[in-house]
Design a protein around this ligand. Sequence first.
Ligand code: ZN
Length: 437
Amino acid sequence: MTKQTVTFRNVLLQDAAVGHLRRSLARNRISQTYLFTGGPSIGKGRTALAFSAALQCLEVGAPTEDGLPDACGGCLSCRRIAAGSHPDVTTVTLQGNDIRVDQVRRLQELAVLQPNMGKWRIFIIDPADRLNEYSANSLLKILEEAPQRAVFMLLAENLERILPTVRSRSELVAFRTPSHDEARKALATITGLDADTVMRGYALAGGAFGIAGRLLTEGLPPREECAGLRAAHVRLVAEIIAAGDALHTRVEAAPSLEAALQELEAAHTTASIGLLTARRELVRGLIVSVSLPAAFPILFTRLFLEAVDGVKKDLKKAVESLIGKHKQAYTPGLLKEIEEQCGAAIGAWASRQPAAFLEGLMRWHEDLYHWGFMEDEKCLLNLDRKDDIMAVTAARGPACVRARLQLLHHSLELLRRFVQPALVLENVLTDIGGPIA
Ligand SMILES: [Zn+2]
């Protein structure tokens, strides 16, 4: 999984979605707009690249094992798509918290041009459920006027957040969420690693298939014994600061402002194994603790958010000094735009931290819920901590687990609406620290 490959053969566990697209290619019936929907990190992006490659491949029509079209993966076009440098494949992604109208307007200019080296002009919008009101309307206008040779692939987790007028123009391609068991088996097949390592890597990635693949390829550290809640708390704060320091170094060393921006934008999807481990150990500590010290929610929240804030300030300073260094190479307008985009990326990294922590708590509660009903270990994400899950499920009744799942769901929604993270975190931790219901 190290090499970026852009063939359908490399998309796993999505036979229905992939089959649908390959049959469209075989019949040469290509829609203008596709809407790929499904959970995070399950292959939508990989499929969009594979579909783009198959549309543009210079060797397409070469025989495949099952007779359906696929990209060759090796021609100039395929290689450029893999490298992200194909002139006719444009990806638009988040700038901070949403996809902005100026990003979409830029597409308008590109969409009307003839393809440069390929047969199609392809636009991948990921995540399309984060278009805001203005950018979504701007996109709609482009779709209405786009020439025949343009293909749009919109990737979305939440179909509800797509404008109905955009949805109705799109061909829907649904991606399924594989079961934890299927995902682990597929990861074991691709990586060739033993079941125990795969189980840990998959749990560490919070069940995100693509991220698990990356962690397993990078190599997991040996399993450590848990050192208790207090130590886990200290470690998480230290790892956040370390992640910030590492990012700071990369930003400082960036050869251009664009390169620095890329580093900042990539940061929230490429958390280090250290940070993921620390976060998971703390979440685990919270789940298994019978009750928390009364001061814990406030203390934890303060130290956690102070660390995040510290990183934020530090990164802003790094960007400022970089701007000072490269100022001459840019027009004032462009400089301002890049500065804003860097600020948005830093903000997105910071708001990702409390959200990722709550998502971790949510995944454990989902395990408690599933174990309570089915007692089937295949359903567990945190299978390497099955003993914890069994013990906690026995101690806390299903009503308590269900109430907490609802609270976590609601709290994540509040974070998305920019309610102060301190309030949200304290509230969740106070609930978790309370006596067993
Ligand atoms: Zn090819």
